[in-house]
Design a protein around this ligand. Structure first.
Ligand SMILES: Nc1ncnc2c1ncn2[C@@H]1O[C@H](COP(=O)(O)OP(=O)(O)OP(=O)(O)O)[C@@H](O)[C@H]1O
Ligand SMILES: [Mg+2]
Length: 124
């Protein structure tokens, strides 16, 4: 079983973690398709923390028991993960990230952690 963990007091400084994350995936022989998917999902979720929930962030990736699961814990306000849909305004620059994540993932859910924030769980 492989796991990767990262914690930062500031989501903005965590952006560099993406490179380390991809290096970890490569180092354990992860196939290209999963590396690309995981990197994209990682980037969207971390981008969301930077934009919508600045503050401490914990990211972990668990490759146990067959599935690959990315966990992101932030300190942001509660938000809904709705059925996959694109923004009503097709020219809108916003609201595409979670849609793309849902297209790539088997499951996306967000659990509320009292006195902490959101725990986003993406199964790839
Ligand atoms: N970590 C988070 N904490 C709080 N709210 C969030 C978080 N992630 C997403 N949201 C909310 O969910 C909405 C949808 O997120 P989504 O990533 O799809 O779009 P976006 O970040 O607004 O734009 P983009 O298309 O650039 O990703 C956001 O606009 C925000 O209101
Ligand atoms: Mg986004």
């Amino acid at each position: 079983m492989h796991a990767w963990m990262f914690a930062s007091e500031d989501a903005r400084t965590a952006v560099d973690a993406r490179t380390a994350f991809v290096e970890f995936l490569r180092s354990i022989g992860t196939g290209d398709e999963l590396v690309y998917k995981a990197e994209l999902v990682f980037g969207e979720l971390l981008g969301n923390v930077v934009r919508h929930a600045p503050g401490p962030v914990e990211i972990s990736f668990d490759l146990g028991s067959g599935a690959a699961i990315l966990h992101v814990i932030d300190s942001g306000p509660e938000f809904p993960v709705t059925q996959p849909h694109l923004p009503d305004d097709v020219l809108s620059e916003l609201g595409r990230g979670l849609f793309i994540v849902q297209q790539l993932a088997t499951e996306v859910r967000v659990e509320r952690i009292p006195d902490r924030g959101n725990h986003t769980i993406v199964t790839l």
